[in-house]
Design a protein around this ligand. Sequence first.
Ligand code: FES
Length: 252
Amino acid sequence: MKEVFLNVRENTELAKGIVKMKLYCSSLPEFTPGQFVNLSVGNFDGVLLRRPISVYKFNAAESTFEIIFEVKGKGTTFLSRLKGGNIPATLFLGNGFELGANVKKVALIGGGLGCPPLYSVIEKYKASGVKFYTYLGFSSESKAICVDDFSKASEKLTVTTDDGSLGEKNFITNAFKKDIFAVNPDVVLACGPTPMFKALKALNTGIPTFISTEARMGCGIGACYVCTCATLTGNRRVCTDGPVFNLKEVIL
Ligand code: FES
């Protein structure tokens, strides 16, 4: 965890109301896929709390990383307009996804804005020969993001939408269910909304499954207990104990 200042290199709208930002840091700390950053929005229009946002891509050689977020309040509106500048931020927070040396096949399951952080897992492990089977679900084609990147990097990509405007009209967990035995992944990694996690749990696959959860955050560093989630071993802090948890331990 490190306090830094970030420079906005790119700020582009990927889909309606969804923005991708490329950020430069002169001394980028080490990064584990699935970790997040906490970005200051200054004191924009009375907004003080930092915004926790997951990392999409990480480039140590360039000393840059990319994030994707939805513009839905004062803080994210402020961020979506930034160019250049020196944004105070805390990098990188949380535990992230770690793959054991015996993991050769991974199923990635993303829902909406939960898709981008899964790409950082591919970036880290693809060079080690790990194969990725990716399942991305969106509400509609107008909200679909990162599809080309996942398509190029995955053995197989399946996309579903709620309205059928892109890919199959289905829930992404149903599409994954049809492939479970054919793909037979060593591990499943998922990031998305709670109903998606519930559907995944209901599949009862027996495959080790890790989910990146989302929670409202205050401090982002484990001090305020705003972000707790219920697990079989008691309440845990999403910002420091997570955001990645074993699905079978989380009470949804
Ligand atoms: S946000 Fe403060 S403890 Fe997690």
